[in-house]
Design a protein around this ligand. Structure first.
Ligand SMILES: [Mn+2]
Length: 268
């Protein structure tokens, strides 16, 4: 049986990510894949709130190639912050302002730049990420799926019912996102980014029923997600997954940007 790991929201915390992967034995001291045929899934939100989102993406891209060579798998799903950065890149008219501010160490005031860049900055965007972002990173992020099935588990970024709004199978949701991320205009992006602002759909009142319906639509037994830091829900430092909704849901948002130590969750 191949070992399967999932890791939640990295949010630009490069050093913390390296520490967690190293502790799990999935990378070596040179930050190269050492997980053999293991599978590792990142549940989105690679960027924002921490300073080195591009470094995080670069490392994940390298690990993806190294894991494939070793018979393993590294993959991710798209998070709303990844979309916010993509939107700033794709639709932002003031990228050069951000790049210049990054070079000179000046602060960019949201509101003095166009709305997509303002929205991204207000959501914890770091100018260095947009300044360093290239077509390579854009393409990689744009081709991430939104959902995945591993065994009988459903993997996606957000504890939100947004996915079922767009389609009623994993393949069709991914098709919707692929088209959105590669072809659609800013109005469609606006809607989806807005939909992504929902949190806690399966933990608040009626959540267990909502989770049952959600899992039935996508024909899975358990939903694994990030998006809402566990420590924000429990008020305590997160050191492992939060299983809730009668065991139907597992939150693995590590809260790295809040200073929690981080963890990796082994699915199988
Ligand atoms: Mn999120």
């Amino acid at each position: 049986m191949t070992a399967v790991y999932v890791i939640g929201d990295i949010h630009g915390q490069y050093a913390a990510m390296v520490r967690v992967l190293r502790n799990a034995g999935l990378i070596d001291a040179n930050r190269r894949w050492s997980g053999g045929d293991a599978q590792l899934w990142f549940l989105g939100d690679f960027v924002d709130r921490g300073p080195d989102g591009i470094g995080v993406i670069e490392l994940v891209m390298q690990l993806q190639n190294q894991a494939a060579d070793a018979g393993g798998l590294v993959q991710g799903v798209i998070g709303n912050h990844d979309m916010l950065l993509l939107a700033a890149y794709r639709f932002g008219r003031h990228k050069s302002v951000v790049a210049e501010a990054y070079r000179t160490g000046q602060h960019v005031t949201p509101g003095t730049v166009d709305s997509f860049i303002s929205l991204w900055l207000n959501s914890g965007g770091f100018p260095g990420d947009l300044a360093r972002m290239t077509r390579k990173h854009v393409t990689w992020l744009s081709y991430l799926p939104a959902m995945a099935r591993v065994g009988d588990k459903l993997l996606a970024h957000a504890d939100s019912i947004l996915y079922q709004r767009y389609a009623d199978s994993i393949d069709d949701v991914n098709h919707f996102f692929r088209k959105l991320l590669t072809e659609s205009g800013f109005r469609e992006w606006d809607t989806v980014i807005d939909d992504f602002s929902e949190h806690r759909a399966f933990i608040r009142q009626g959540g267990t029923d909502r989770a049952q319906t959600f899992l039935k639509i996508f024909d899975c037994e358990q939903f694994i997600h990030g998006h809402t830091p566990i420590s924000k829900l429990t008020g305590e430092t997160a050191t492992g997954p939060l299983v809730y909704a009668d065991g139907l849901c597992v939150n693995i948002d590590q809260g790295l940007y809040l200073g929690d130590p981080g963890f990796i969750h082994q699915l199988a």
